[in-house]
Design a protein around this ligand. Sequence first.
Ligand code: AMP
Length: 120
Amino acid sequence: MNYAYDDQNIFAKILRGEIPNDTVFENEHALAFRDIRPQAPVHVLVIPKGPYVSLDHFARDASPDEQVGFFAAVSAVCEAEQMPQGFRSICNSRDHGHQEVPHFHMHILGGKPTGPMLSV
Ligand code: AMP
């Protein structure tokens, strides 16, 4: 698979500081911020700082340090947002996954029941 990264995507602009964001957590390798159109009381996006298009791209090509840093951010968000009854994490990839922003991100949704996994 050839993953072509578009550095004009909106999350790349957020990482460059060209667009503001509501940051929840940041470390060397990842940034977590609130989704601009929240679909649950907690709706945070965790993104790597590196140029990865999708989950499969990140899983294949990110360094161990980048992968550890990303999941450290996921852990920090889950701790900070206090979701004792659980949450949903979603990574949409490409067209069939209904991905809108072509920079890998994990949605973390909680604060209310999130329903069945897929509506068909
Ligand atoms: P996806 O369909 O998985 O690519 O989701 C992209 C998400 O990015 C959507 O939930 C949008 O609401 C969110 N989003 C788009 N632009 C921004 C922005 N500037 N700040 C925060 N979230 C955004």
